[in-house]
Design a binder for this molecule. Structure first.
Ligand code: SF4
Length: 360
């Protein structure tokens, strides 16, 4: 059982981001934290099993003050079963990181900090609308290393508008110099309802699939030769440093989501909370939960989801999710069948979405 908390606040909004988020405005952050705890109390009535991993995402969870974070952690510990927790991740903004923050996170029980670095080149950070500089990102990692034993994960984005292959190599090289435990390298995508999508539609920004492929391969080459295991299409880890939380999602474990827009999947029933913070606060106060959408995942929906998620992992897709008459002929140079799984080989990881469509 995994727990995800969605903290939807950001200092400013990145033009490529499609998550539910907003600037805090007049939101009472103390009341927000109490609402999350109330929602956890409501969920705990279902006799949830012990938690294995916890993930504070958003938004920017590091925007919560030390007082609010302390209240959130201590409150959750009294409501949910933390006895089996193996990993606690918190997403943090490199612009606001200090050694006091690192001490606080460790004291609260965080084990892993995920830094949204995205690039080590100033002009790309500007394009992405990020508020931190390359130097602030580097300093954050050093602070984390010096002040704590927390694992460090760095998020990077490639195929940023105007980014060359050489620029991407520069960012990867600077990331490797920091020796993070874990690295995520995401291909920029143009999501609807973002400022980048509008520019994409007008032709101001373009998606170059050849350059995407070259950048993907360069990431694979540099990170793998530096000892990182490419354990999922966009994720790399030093031995023993995979994200157990994300692995739980991919293999289909149950998870509870708290906060505006958060999704929960328990016994193949999926709920999504309302994507509006003030509405979320009102619903929690009046009925104890903020679940708005419900979906029952039947066997076929479950199979398709496993294909979409597990095919992207090193272990691959369990063969039980292939249709009995699945014809691998057109993709057999991109996949390999072991006794138990179907795994991607050669250019397979690059073509994962079309291979998944072929198997659906
Ligand atoms: S990318 Fe992160 S920091 Fe930027 S708007 Fe989205 S959630 Fe906020």
């Amino acid at each position: 059982m995994h727990l995800y908390l969605h903290i939807p606040f950001c200092h400013r909004i990145c033009p490529y981001c499609s998550f539910y988020k907003h600037t805090p405005g007049k939101t009472d952050l103390g009341a927000f934290v109490e609402a999350i705890l109330d929602e956890a109390r409501f969920a705990a009535k279902k006799n949830l099993p012990p938690l294995k991993t916890i993930y504070f995402g958003g938004g920017t969870p590091s925007m919560l003050s030390p007082t609010h974070l302390r209240r959130l952690f201590t409150g959750l510990r009294t409501i949910l079963d933390f006895s089996a927790v193996e990993e606690v991740t918190l997403e943090a903004n490199p612009a606001t990181f200090t050694s006091r923050t690192a001490h606080l996170y460790e004291e609260l029980g965080v084990t892993r900090v995920s830094l949204g670095v995205q690039s080590f080149i100033g002009k790309h950070l500007e394009t992405l609308g990020r508020e931190h500089s390359p130097m602030q990102a580097i300093t954050s990692v050093h602070l984390l290393r010096e002040a704590s034993n927390l694992e460090v994960s760095i998020d990077l984005i490639f195929s940023v508008p105007s980014q060359s292959l050489l620029d991407w190599e520069d960012t990867l090289t600077q990331a490797l110099a920091l020796q993070p435990d874990h690295l995520s390298a995401y291909n920029l995508t143009y999501e609807e309802d973002t400022a980048f999508f509008e520019k994409f539609q007008t032709g101001a920004f373009q998606d170059d699939s050849n350059l995407n492929a070259e950048m993907f391969s360069l990431g694979e080459e540099l990170l793998s030769s530096a000892g990182y295991e490419h354990y999922e299409t966009s994720n790399y880890a030093l031995p023993g440093r995979r994200s157990r939380h994300n692995e739980g999602y991919w293999i289909g474990n149950d998870y509870l989501g708290l906060g505006p827009s958060a999704v929960s999947t328990l016994k193949r029933t999926r709920h999504q909370n309302v994507c509006d913070t003030s509405d979320y606060l009102k619903r929690i106060k009046s009925i104890g939960h903020a679940q708005e959408k419900i979906e029952i995942l039947d066997d076929e929906a479950w199979r398709l989801e496993r294909i979409a998620l597990q095919l992207r992992t090193t272990e691959g897709l369990p063969l039980k999710y292939l249709l009995p008459d699945a014809n691998l002929g057109s993709i057999n140079h991109l996949v390999r069948k072991t006794a138990t799984h179907l795994q991607l080989i050669n250019d397979g990881p690059l073509l994962v979405d079309s291979i998944a469509a072929e198997l659906a």
